[in-house]
Design a protein around this ligand. Structure first.
Ligand code: HEM
Length: 413
């Protein structure tokens, strides 16, 4: 792609982008397309941030190693600064908490991404049997007659079950973990209410106690799971603290659950809405890997991520001040007609071109291999066991800020 010649720094007076994100309009594309055509980097006054919508412009921002993620560096009033909140007084342990590398920069980010991430990726590489076990258990609990909800009964329990099992949590605790994980999602919304914040902190407090006890247990006896892997690293003096282990247990439940649920549900929906595609999947389940990639492109479960300017600088020809936030619309980037022909059409045979659903650069999603594995097993088993699955009723989107997936998918078969 050549240099972007569209004018940077247009001001969106009608808060177009915030409306798309917050109200989850059923079809955001006419607005996003108009925005992309107007400007590669536009100021959204309602968000207090710059919105980046073009594919190349997004990629450039995501790969720019000068830019930051630490919410405390975001200018006051920006949506990013609102997603950071100081812990309330009754969560004293969190005050001295380590934080999570998703929102760290520089050496701390690199160190924790490696120490937390390497054991995760190693377990994912050999994790197919574990994922299959969770998927089959979930599948066997589905009703065999009448309608059921593919989101609530299938796409939600699988990621919670998999990450809980990887962490080594007993099965009897998975339901509790799912309830906490639902409350953590409230933190994604910069426009959340005080009441929602209180609920979220209550869940965080319970999780800190719970994972503190799990770390203690792993100290006494190592088992084949992630918490034991991290405790072993801490005990070897690898540079990982107990606080960091506990905080990252909480992060594991925030970062990947809803997004993987949305991937499974979005991809299942794409197949169920297209009889020809469903027939192809039945004939050759291997096409599901292309279905998953195209679903990630057309319906990225995480619609935005962001970067913060550390000081005066120019990004994509747009002057930035320290604290300015650039929110990249992964949804808009993946629908850029300059990169994808007929971008709004779901086509599994299109030439491979890397979508931005997992971000890009040094911060690309750590859990991408796990999400792909879960979606692949979940869809393969589902369509093998339930070849006559049919959608019934309308589909509406779940109103969670920055996320993109159906609230429910009623099916029979
Ligand atoms: C379909 C499912 C998923 C999607 C769409 C998704 C998407 C993303 C995106 C867009 C980012 C931001 C990248 C950037 O800013 O450049 C991200 C980061 C991250 N994701 Fe995921 N994610 C998914 C599943 C998971 C899972 C299952 C886990 C872990 C169990 C996970 C862990 C992380 C972590 C730790 C980061 C931060 C990486 C860093 O800052 O270095 N994600 N993800």
């Amino acid at each position: 792609m050549g240099t972007d010649t569209r004018s940077p720094n247009a001001v969106i007076h009608d808060a177009t982008f915030s409306k798309v994100s917050v109200d989850h309009v059923a079809d955001p594309h006419p607005r996003l397309d108009a925005l992309r055509t107007r400007s590669s980097m536009a100021r959204d006054e309602a968000l207090g941030e710059y919105v980046v919508t073009g594919y190349e412009a997004c990629r450039r921002v995501l790969q720019d190693a000068r830019l930051l993620r630490d919410r405390k560096r975001a200018s006051p009033g920006s949506a990013a600064s609102r997603t950071y909140d100081a812990p309330p007084d009754d969560v004293p342990e969190r005050k001295n908490g380590a934080g999570v590398f998703i929102f760290m920069d520089g050496e701390d980010h690199r160190r924790l991404r490696r120490l937390i991430g390497d054991p995760l990726l190693a377990r994912v590489r050999t994790g197919r049997p574990l994922v299959e076990k969770v998927v089959r258990r979930t599948l066997s609990a589905l009703p065999t007659s009448g309608a059921f909800d593919l989101v609530d009964d299938y796409a939600i329990p699988i990621p919670v079950g998999v990450i809980s099992t990887l962490l080594g949590l007993p099965e009897k605790d998975h339901e509790r973990v799912r309830a906490w994980s639902d409350e953590l999602v409230l933190g994604f919304n910069p426009f959340r209410t005080k009441e929602e914040d209180a609920r979220r902190w209550k869940a965080v407090r319970s999780m800190l106690d719970y994972f503190g006890a799990r770390v203690e247990a792993a100290r006494k006896q190592k088992t084949e799971d992630l918490i034991s892997d991290w405790v072993a690293l801490e005990e070897q003096g690898a540079g990982l603290s107990e606080r960091e282990i506990i905080d990252h247990c909480v992060m594991m439940l925030t970062a990947g659950n809803l997004s993987t649920t949305d991937l499974i549900a979005n991809a299942a929906r794409a197949v169920l809405e297209d009889p020809a595609l469903q027939a192809r999947v039945r004939e050759d389940p291997n096409v599901l890997s292309e279905v998953i990639e195209e679903s990630l492109r057309v319906d990225p479960p995480v619609t935005t991520t962001d970067r913060i300017a550390p000081g005066e600088m120019s990004v994509g020809g747009c002057p930035m001040h320290g604290g300015d936030v650039m929110v990249t619309s992964l949804l808009a980037a993946n629908h850029d007609s300059g990169v994808y022909e007929q971008p709004h059409v779901f086509k599994i045979d299109r030439p491979a071109r890397q979508h931005l659903a997992f971000g890009a650069g040094a911060r690309i999603c750590l859990g991408a291999p796990l999400a792909r594995l879960e979606a692949s097993v979940a869809l393969r088993e589902l369509f093998a066991q339930r070849p006559d699955l049919t959608l019934v009723g309308d589909v509406s989107l779940r109103p969670v800020y920055g996320h993109h997936g159906p609230k429910s998918l009623r099916v029979v078969g």
